[in-house]
Write a protein that binds this ligand. Structure first.
Ligand SMILES: *Cc1c(COP(=O)(O)O)cnc(C)c1O
Length: 399
């Protein structure tokens, strides 16, 4: 029997939707024009880009002119943070962020620290959620930027972004006009409703490959009137925000992926929640000494992050991989490094436990059969690995 292949790592990347691929294909061949050219080939490319811009804007409740295309989530985070910092450094050099941001945010902040900026890294407690009173306490007159992710990629926890947005608005109305709010919303767009106006953000980051679109294309939403310094020097593309010939096929792809995400958001949410809850419910019945990481009441529907006592996450992940099941320990960005993830450390898991965590993340193509196969496989794997655990033997000897 051929090995089953079950993908439960949709927070790392997703399969590109066939409809998205089909929408992109003509733009590699017949419609290959440069969108800056004034002839018909160019104008058709430009037209396709503007259609996509409208599709992205509709998903975020933004206007098309507020959408900048660039190479992905990482570039978008970099442009938002360094672009705001550079444009407003005369007003102050303080940034507020959280301890559980993506490396693209943390490394951009670290880079600015080297240039003399002060950065506050907010704690997230056991729940994996930032507290609004901590944001309020960290704010100073010199704060130029708050950058807090909408949803954490490892835990799935939803951060109190609209509360932070309201606080920023309050401060701005009181005269602190240089205060900006950016959010990395890579894990929330297409998973839960994301409305830039409701959230009160000035800048928002998203990427296509986490919502069944292609890799190498992302967006920075920049609210009308916000001034930021471009980080790429060249031609006048993307309203001078991001130089470089536009990748028309990828832009068409992100547009289509956003359109499909908007049309199918409710059903995708419901389906993911059903599968995720079924998985958790059954695992809690079948395996002892497991617990959830992150506040279960404040998380997106498609992620479960579970802690397995007396086993190492790496061992679990490899054993599952051998059975054809793809899951993740911590995040893809930190796995392989053998360091426990900074997110699990931030929620206060002891170092040992940090190794025993798995993230299961669902996408639109997962089925109940996928979960059933996992439910057959995982308890056996856990039991086998636990037999080798010296810590479990100690505990049993003591009992
Ligand atoms: C995947 C991810 C990114 C990076 O996006 P790329 O398009 O892969 O560069 C940024 N932030 C979060 C939260 C992510 O999950």
């Amino acid at each position: 029997m051929p090995l089953k292949k079950i993908y439960l790592d949709n927070s790392a990347s997703t399969r590109v939707d066939d409809e998205v691929v089909n929408a992109m294909l003509p733009y590699f061949t017949e419609e290959f024009g440069n969108a800056s050219s004034t002839h018909q080939f160019g104008q058709q490319a430009k037209q396709a880009i503007e259609t996509a811009r409208g599709q992205v804007a509709a998903l975020l409740n933004a206007s098309p002119t507020e959408i900048t295309f660039l190479s992905g989530g990482t570039e978008s985070d970099n442009l938002a943070i360094k672009g705001i910092a550079e444009a407003h450094s005369d007003k102050g050099k303080h940034i507020i962020t959280s301890q559980i941001e993506h490396p693209a945010v943390l490394a951009s902040c670290a880079h600015l620290e080297q240039q003399g900026w002060r950065v506050t890294y907010l704690p997230v407690y056991r729940e994996g959620v930032v507290r609004i009173e901590d944001v309020r306490a960290a704010l100073t007159d010199e704060t130029v930027l708050i950058t807090v992710m909408h949803v954490n990629n490892e835990l799935g926890t939803i951060q109190p972004l609209s509360e932070i947005g309201a606080l920023v608005k309050e401060r701005r109305e009181a005269g602190q006009r240089h205060l900006h709010l950016h959010s990395d919303a890579v894990q929330s767009v297409g998973k839960i409703p994301v409305d830039v106006k409701e959230l009160g953000v000035d800048l928002l980051t998203m990427t296509a490959h986490k919502l069944h679109g292609p890799k190498g294309i992302g967006v920075l939403y920049v609210r009308k009137g916000v001034r930021l310094t471009s980080q790429m020097h060249g031609g006048h593309h993307e309203r001078d925000r991001r130089a470089g010939t536009e990748s028309v096929p990828l832009i068409v792809g992100i547009g289509k992926a956003c359109e499909l995400a908007r049309l199918h958001l409710d059903e995708r949410m419901e389906r993911a929640r059903e599968l995720r809850d079924y998985l958790e419910q059954e695992l809690f019945k079948r395996i002892t000494d497991i617990s959830r990481n992150g506040d279960p009441a404040r998380r997106i529907p498609n992620i479960a992050n579970l802690n397995f006592d007396f086993v190492e996450g790496e061992g679990l992940q490899i054993s599952l991989d051998l059975k054809g099941i793809a899951v993740s320990t911590g995040s893809a960005c930190s796995s392989g490094s053998h360091e426990p993830s900074h997110v699990l450390m931030a929620i206060g898991l002891p170092r040992d436990n940090g190794y025993g965590s798995l993230r299961f993340s669902f996408g639109k193509d997962n089925t109940r059969e996928d979960v059933d196969y996992l439910l057959e496989t995982l308890p056996v794997v856990v039991e086998k690995l636990r037999k080798l655990s010296p810590r479990l033997r100690q505990k049993q000897a003591a009992a």
